[in-house]
Design a protein around this ligand. Structure first.
Ligand SMILES: [Zn+2]
Length: 710
C-alpha cells in the first residue's frame, strides 16, 4: 500500500507508485467490480495524489486519475449526448460549508434552495427511452462514452419497459443490488458453485456486465436526473432535447424528481432517505445527519449524501467543470466495508449445541467502531467464500448489525495463507459433530452444555467433587439424572446404583464427595456457575464483597461494578448471566448449596433509614423453608435490641435466610412490616393496607435461629 502521509513528503517515485496503484484499483473496480482497496483507502490515495500535483504541477503524470471520471479507468463506445459527470466530495460539515460559500461567491448571490438526497452506492447508468419505450441502457464509462448493457435491462427493476407518457428521454440514475437482492444473489450464485459477491456494489457491477449466466440476478434502478425530456408529439414538457434537465431546464431539481416518478421511474422518494428540498444550508446539514442515521435501516447501501442547488437558475449560472458540476457535491460518509486481515477462526458452542465459527480480525475501524470479531455463519459459508487464514478480507458493518466477513481479496494473497481448520470433535465436550446440516451441531445437542458445565462445576477450583470427571458426567447427563450442577445434590443412592459400572463403593464415594461440596464457601459456588469473566480470583472478590448469594443476585450492574476489577461492561454481562441462571440458583439454594453467609466487606445497599426514598426494589429469591416462608417482608425505621447493629442490607439478608422475601417498598403483596423507631410513611401505608406490623424485638424472636453469630 502507498504511504498516505503528507503529500509534501512524497518523493516523485512514491507519487508515480501512488498513481499506478490508483489506476490499477480503478480499473479493477470499474471492470469486474473487484478492488484491492477499500473505499476510504482509495479516496485517501486520490487525495494524496491531488495534493502532490498541487504542490508540483509540472510533475503531474498524464495517466493520473485526478480530474477524470471513474479515475480514467473506463472507456466505452456509445457516446453520451451530454457528459455523465462525477461529483466532487466533501468529508465533513465544515468542508460542506466552505464548498457552499464558494458556490455562492461564484453566483454572487445566496443559493435559492438546496435539495438533499442519498448517494446510492451502485453504478451510474443512462437509460434511453424513445416514445416512452426503453431503447438502450448504457454505463457511464469515462463520462463521455459508455458501454451498451441493454442485454441486462430486463433484470433491472424500477426501469420500466414503457413510461407513462410517450416521451423521448434519457433517465440517469444508479443501478444497485438492494440488501435483499444481494443476499438472494449470493444464495443463487453459491448454489451454482460461483463465488459470492464481495459486497452489493461489486455484485451490481459484475451482474450488469455478465452475459449468458445460467441464473438470474435482479437489480434495482433509482433515477436522479434526466436529459432531453420532450414529448413525442413535440410538446415541450420540460426543456429542449439534448440539454441536461436541471442544467439548462427550468424545473427545479426536486420538481424534476417528482416528474420522473410520475413517468414511472423508480426514485428514492418512497424510502426513508427520500430527497428533501431545504431552504437553508443548516437545514440541509440536518437532513444529511438524518439520512446518515438512517443508513443501516435503508434497503440499499449509500456511501454519502448529495447536496444540490435546487433551482435551475442556480445550476445554470454555476455551470460545470470537466469532471463534476459546480452546483452539486457529495458529502461522503465513512465506508461500511473495510479491508482487514483474517487472523483466526474461533469455534463457539451455543446452548443448543450449535457450533458457530467466528472470525478474529486485525482490528479495523468501521464508521467509528473498532471491529475485532465478525460472524462467519457456518462452515459451508467459509468453504463457499474460499477464505483462508491470513487473507485480506472485506468486512461489512452497518449500524447495530453484527459485523460479517464477506469475501477474501484473492489477488492480494502472498502464498503464506493457511487453510482454516474445521473442528473434528465438539470444541466444548469433545463428542462427535453432527455435520448433516449447514449449521454444525454437537452430537449431544443441549446435553453438550450440561456435560461441560457439570464437569467445570465439579472441578478442583470450584466445587472439587472427587470422582466426577468427564466420563461420569457424560453418564449422569445421558441417563437423564442430571441436567445441571444443582441436580447433583439431589442424586439418590438407588439412582446411582442403577447406572452401569457403579458399585456400592463408587456410589458411596461419589455421594460423600457431593455432600462435602454442599458446604463449599460462596466464592467456589459462585465460580462453579461459570459466569463469563468470573474465574477464581474474580469469584473470590465478588464473594468477599457481597457476603451472600442473595446479595450478589440483588446487585445491579452499578453495584457490581464497585468490585475491584469489574468494569461497567463486565458488570452488565454478569447481571444478565445471573438473571439467566435464576432457576439454577433457586434450585441450588433450595438444596442448601451456596447459602453460607459471611459479613460482606462493603455495604452493597444504601440504607434508606426512615426516609421514604425512591422505591428501589431490592428483592432476592427466598430460601426454601424457615419461619418466614411465604412472607414478603419490608423493613423500615431504626432497628433496636438484638437487631441494632444490622444494616438494612443485613436485615434483608436475615429475612432471606429465614425463608422470606425482602422488599424495599410496601405494596399489596407485602405480608409483614418490621417497623422500627421513626417509621414513617411505610408504616402508614402498611396500616392502611391492613398488613401485619411487628417491632424489631418481636421480629428478632421470630427469626432467632437465623440471627448472625456474635
Ligand atoms: Zn459438545
Amino acid at each position: 500500500m502507498m504511504p498516505m502521509n503528507d503529500a509534501a513528503l512524497l518523493t516523485p517515485g512514491d507519487y508515480a507508485d501512488a498513481v499506478t496503484a490508483a489506476v490499477r484499483a480503478a480499473a479493477a473496480y470499474y471492470t469486474d467490480g473487484a478492488t484491492p482497496l477499500g473505499d476510504d483507502e482509495y479516496d485517501a490515495l486520490l487525495r494524496t495524489i491531488a495534493a502532490y500535483e498541487e504542490a508540483h504541477p509540472d510533475e503531474a503524470l498524464p495517466d493520473s486519475p485526478t480530474g477524470k471520471v471513474a479515475g480514467g479507468a473506463v472507456e466505452g463506445d456509445v457516446p453520451h449526448s451530454v457528459p455523465m459527470l462525477s461529483l466532487d466530495n466533501v468529508f465533513s460539515a465544515e468542508e460542506l460549508t466552505d464548498w457552499a460559500a464558494g458556490l455562492e461567491r461564484r453566483l454572487g448571490r445566496p443559493v435559492a434552495a438546496w435539495c438533499v438526497e442519498p448517494k446510492l452506492d451502485g453504478l451510474a447508468v443512462a437509460a434511453r427511452y424513445r416514445a416512452g419505450r426503453l431503447h438502450q441502457l448504457i454505463t457511464r464509462g469515462d463520462g463521455l462514452a459508455g458501454e451498451d448493457i441493454s442485454h441486462a435491462a430486463d433484470t433491472v427493476l424500477g426501469l420500466p419497459a414503457a413510461l407513462a407518457e410517450p416521451v423521448d428521454v434519457e433517465l440517469r440514475g444508479e443501478v444497485l443490488l438492494t440488501r435483499e437482492q444481494f443476499e438472494h444473489a449470493n444464495e443463487v450464485r453459491t448454489a451454482h458453485g460461483a463465488v459470492p459477491f464481495a459486497n452489493p456494489r461489486n455484485g451490481a457491477a459484475g451482474t450488469l456486465r455478465a452475459k449468458d449466466r445460467p441464473y438470474r440476478v435482479e437489480l434495482t434502478f433509482f433515477a436522479y436526473a434526466a436529459v432531453g425530456l420532450e414529448s413525442a408529439a413535440g410538446r415541450d414538457t420540460a426543456v429542449g432535447a439534448d440539454t441536461a434537465v436541471g442544467l439548462d431546464g427550468d424545473l427545479a431539481h426536486s420538481a424534476l424528481l417528482e416528474r420522473l416518478a410520475a413517468l414511472g421511474a423508480n426514485t428514492a422518494a418512497a424510502t426513508a432517505a427520500h430527497p428533501r428540498r431545504c431552504a437553508t444550508l443548516e437545514e440541509a446539514q440536518q437532513r444529511i445527519e438524518e439520512i446518515a442515521a438512517l443508513r443501516s435501516d435503508l434497503p440499499f447501501g449509500i456511501d454519502g449524501v448529495v447536496v444540490k442547488a435546487d433551482a435551475a437558475a442556480d445550476q445554470r449560472d454555476a455551470g460545470s467543470g470537466s469532471r463534476a458540476p459546480r452546483w452539486a457535491v457529495a458529502r461522503k460518509l465513512a465506508a461500511e466495508h473495510k479491508v482487514t486481515r483474517l487472523l483466526d477462526v474461533e469455534w463457539n458452542v451455543g446452548r443448543t449445541g450449535i457450533i458457530a465459527p467466528r472470525a478474529v480480525l486485525e482490528p479495523v475501524v468501521i464508521d467509528g467502531v473498532t471491529v475485532t470479531y465478525a460472524t462467519l455463519h457456518n462452515p459451508a459459508d467459509i468453504t463457499r467464500r474460499g477464505l483462508m487464514l491470513g487473507d485480506r478480507v472485506f468486512v461489512y458493518r452497518a449500524g447495530d448489525v453484527i459485523p460479517r466477513v464477506e469475501a477474501p481479496l484473492v489477488d492480494e494473497r502472498t502464498g503464506d495463507e493457511r487453510p482454516i481448520a474445521f473442528p473434528e470433535s465438539c470444541p466444548r465436550c469433545g463428542d462427535a459433530i453432527d455435520t448433516t446440516e449447514q449449521r454444525w451441531r454437537c452430537a449431544r445437542g443441549r446435553n453438550c452444555q450440561a456435560v461441560a458445565s457439570v464437569v467445570y462445576a465439579a472441578g478442583r477450583d470450584q466445587l472439587d467433587i472427587e470422582g466426577l470427571g468427564g466420563t461420569r458426567a457424560v453418564q449422569l447427563v445421558e441417563s437423564g439424572l442430571v441436567t445441571d450442577v444443582a441436580d447433583l445434590f439431589s442424586l439418590t443412592r438407588e439412582q446411582l446404583l442403577g447406572l452401569e459400572r457403579m458399585g456400592d463403593t463408587s456410589t458411596d464415594n461419589l455421594l460423600a464427595a457431593i455432600e462435602t461440596a454442599r458446604s463449599r464457601p460462596l466464592n467456589r459456588v459462585f465460580c462453579a456457575l461459570g459466569v463469563r469473566g468470573t474465574g477464581r480470583t474474580m469469584s473470590r472478590r465478588i464473594a468477599a464483597h457481597f457476603g451472600s448469594m442473595a446479595a450478589i443476585r440483588a446487585a445491579d450492574a452499578e453495584t457490581l461494578a464497585a468490585v475491584d476489577g469489574i468494569g461497567a461492561e463486565k458488570a452488565r454481562v454478569i447481571v444478565a448471566e445471573l438473571a439467566d441462571l435464576a432457576p439454577l440458583l433457586d434450585r441450588l439454594a433450595a438444596r442448601g448449596v451456596g447459602t453460607a453467609v459471611t459479613a460482606p466487606q462493603a455495604r452493597v445497599t444504601a440504607d434508606a433509614g426512615a426516609g421514604e426514598g425512591p422505591e428501589a426494589e431490592a428483592e432476592a429469591a427466598p430460601v426454601a423453608g424457615g419461619p418466614l416462608a411465604g412472607e414478603a417482608v419490608v423493613v423500615t425505621g431504626s432497628m433496636t435490641g438484638p437487631l441494632t447493629a444490622l444494616s438494612r442490607n443485613e436485615m434483608n439478608e436475615l429475612v432471606e435466610r429465614a425463608g422470606g422475601k425482602a422488599s424495599s417498598s410496601v405494596s399489596k403483596r407485602t405480608t409483614l412490616l418490621v417497623a422500627g423507631e421513626k417509621a414513617g410513611s411505610k408504616r402508614a401505608k402498611a396500616e392502611e393496607l391492613g398488613i401485619r406490623i411487628v417491632t424489631p424485638d418481636e421480629f428478632a424472636v421470630l427469626v432467632a435461629d437465623h440471627l448472625p453469630q456474635g
